[in-house]
Design a protein around this ligand. Structure first.
Ligand code: SAM
Ligand code: SF4
Length: 343
């Protein structure tokens, strides 16, 4: 353990076997505090806030793990009109946000023209715009980029091809990887990541996922625990996916000291202090929701999502208080990934 930690702290490299060793370790205290130190050294105590609008829960895909999947008929579907999305962003300016993250299912209602209008409308308020709207063609990604989008978040979910293709019917790992390549080629900041604890996933495959994320290399890595949704056809397996997610976050931080790593909302579903613990184990970003309260309960990717009854203002102030409670502070910058030499 000591020698692997020394190596990664010095060189920020590990082979797959060493990553697997860290994923299996019970000595998590040392691992988490090493990542916290590296976070402090490279990103400082600032936490970047990204305001998240979940603007549509329609989805043409059928991922077996996701509550928004096409075949889930128990969901009340909603869409926010382009003008209202822009209005939400305008209001978010008053809370001091610098980035708007637009997230949705894969919803064809939002044509390239509509998305371009939304993106440029939000850019008019001098926001950084992140998109998380799924798999698109190169031309579509290019059109969003031309309209001003800066970052794109597309999790690889798992690099185990058999598992990926089984969990994502009608989709393929090859195309997911191609999408990520295209996003990179177009000059977006690339966000990717995995779900930790998918049924059928092994620690060996997670070690490969980590190697993949470093090979891109990502500018942002989002890791969330798998949370079973009863209206999905996936198996309900038990495991400590909270701790597993923390381990993955810490290993990514040790391997890529200067990237952005969010403390994901799903962490709070499994542990009341989940996002704070993640912030103290390598993470440096939080994505408070600015989705209007009326829609929140319908964006049920998994059950038990926090802040369902909260307003955008509640989430802003609660987040600030949480960050202050661990002696960290909200960044006043735009929070781009600044690649430091030699990394
Ligand atoms: N549709 C877009 C996509 O799939 O990239 C963006 C929205 S999707 C709801 C955002 C993320 O939710 C997915 O990338 C996936 O990792 C996560 N997710 C879906 N179902 C989940 C579950 N049951 N537990 C944890 N995370 C889940
Ligand atoms: Fe749709 Fe994304 Fe959910 Fe898959 S994970 S069903 S693409 S919203």
């Amino acid at each position: 353990m000591e020698s692997i930690l020394d190596k990664v702290v010095q060189s920020h490299t590990l082979c797959e076997k060493e990553i697997l060793y860290l994923l299996e370790t019970k000595d998590t205290k040392k691992l988490f505090s090493a990542a916290d130190e590296i976070r402090k050294k490279y990103s400082g105590d600032e936490v970047h806030l990204r305001a998240l609008i979940e603007f549509s829960n329609y989805c043409k895909q059928n991922c077996l793990y996701c509550g928004l999947r096409r075949d889930n008929s128990h969901v009340t579907r909603y869409r926010v009109e382009p003008q209202d999305i822009i209005e939400s962003a305008r209001k978010a300016k008053n809370y001091g946000y610098k980035t708007i993250v637009l997230q949705s299912g894969e919803d064809s209602y939002y044509t390239v023209e509509r998305m371009a209008k939304i993106i440029s409308g939000i850019k008019d308020f001098d926001f950084v715009v992140t998109l998380s709207i799924g798999e698109k063609t190169f031309e579509e990604y290019k059109a969003y980029r031309d309209a001003g989008a800066d970052r794109y978040l597309l999790r690889i979910e798992t690099t185990d091809e058999t598992l990926y293709n089984k969990l994502n019917p009608g989709m393929s790992l090859k195309n997911r990887m191609l999408c990520i390549e295209n996003i990179k080629k177009l000059g977006y900041e690339v966000g990717s990541g995995i779900i930790a604890g998918l049924p059928g996933q092994t620690l060996e495959s997670i070690a490969k996922d980590i190697v993949y994320l470093k090979s891109i290399p990502v500018d942002m890595a989002g890791i969330g625990p798998f949370i079973y949704h009863p209206d999905t056809p996936i198996e309900n397996i038990k495991g400590d996916f909270f701790e597993l997610s923390l381990k993955i976050i810490t290993i990514l931080r040790l391997l890529m000291p200067d990237i952005n790593i969010p403390a994901t909302t799903a962490m709070d579903t499994l542990n009341k202090e989940g996002r704070l613990i993640a912030l103290q184990s390598g993470a440096n970003v939080i994505m408070p929701s600015i989705t209007e309260t009326v829609y929140r309960k319908y964006y049920e990717i998994y059950p038990g999502k926090v802040c369902l009854g909260a307003t955008p203002a509640d989430c802003r102030y609660c987040t600030e208080n949480k960050i202050k409670s661990i002696n960290r502070r909200i960044s006043t910058g735009k929070g781009f990934h600044i690649r430091q030499s030699g990394l």
